[in-house]
Design a protein around this ligand. Structure first.
Ligand SMILES: C[S@@+](CC[C@H](N)C(=O)[O-])C[C@H]1O[C@@H](n2cnc3c(N)ncnc32)[C@H](O)[C@@H]1O
Length: 231
């Protein structure tokens, strides 16, 4: 399965029903803005994946770390319904799923996310599509509002051009790189713990021996505040 394949997935006829009945789905997302701890009923850290696809990555993390809360965001109903079917009846209490476009991310969260995962995001290769890339300045500006303390973005991709674009964009925006790899799964300098879990797309690329690019980017809260002070 490759980029764009999610768009071409066979339509699940009962997708609305699957989504509606799922205990993982949070519907009144905008009214929970600034209040997500109460959705989980605890004050544990909250990590978010934008574009979670079939949800293997975010649900695996949730199962392995029950003292951290996880949220998966996905814009396509068809993909979300398949993710719910795949997760099945595992009853993962620290996992919630949101159906929305990341364009609205600053209306969904207010100072409550610890880590943002961007895994195999759509590359939007044309120059005129730049602001749709999830690491464009338009999105980085929105992310400033969602983080609890320092901003931390962990990105994986197989797309060299998107990766180079993202490194430039992140660094110009004030992020520094805590980890960086141009071949994650063959890189001995990267701790094995950081290589897992994998995503559905990643598994396909590993099978084909394609390089996976990886960055852990951090921006200190102080810098975010300074930017506002300069305005
Ligand atoms: C290429 S797939 C990768 C899926 C998964 N992260 C993986 O690695 O297997 C990208 C996913 O991001 C979703 N997506 C793309 N842009 C999005 C946006 N602006 N808001 C929410 N989801 C988005 C797509 O619908 C698709 O499911």
């Amino acid at each position: 399965m490759f980029i764009g394949d999610f768009m071409r997935l066979r339509n699940l006829k009962n997708k609305e029903e699957i989504i509606e009945k799922s205990d993982y789905i949070v519907n009144d997302i905008y009214s929970n803005c600034g209040n997500w701890s109460s959705v989980f009923n605890n004050n544990n850290p909250i990590c978010l994946e934008i574009g979670m696809g079939f949800g293997k990555f975010i649900s695996s993390l949730a199962i392995s770390n029950n003292n951290i809360n996880y949220i998966g965001l996905e814009k396509l109903d068809n993909v979300m319904a398949r993710a719910i079917k795949k997760i099945g009846d595992k009853k993962i209490s620290n996992l919630k799923l949101i159906r929305d476009n990341a364009l609205n991310i600053d209306k969904i969260f207010d100072g409550e996310i610890d880590v943002l995962y961007l895994n195999f995001s759509d590359p939007w290769p044309k120059k005129r599509q730049e602001n749709r890339r999830l690491t464009s300045f338009d999105f980085l500006e929105k992310y400033d509002k969602i983080f609890y303390e320092d901003a931390k973005i962990i990105m994986k991709t197989d797309n060299y051009n998107l990766f180079v674009y993202s490194l430039k964009s992140l660094s110009k925006y004030g992020y520094y790189f805590e980890e960086l790899s141009f071949d994650l799964h063959n890189d001995e300098d990267i701790d094995e713990v950081l290589k897992n879990p994998t995503t559905e797309y990643e598994d396909k690329f590993i099978e084909k021996n394609r390089q996976i690019y990886y960055v852990v980017a951090i921006k200190k809260k102080k810098i975010i505040q300074n930017q506002y002070n300069l305005l």
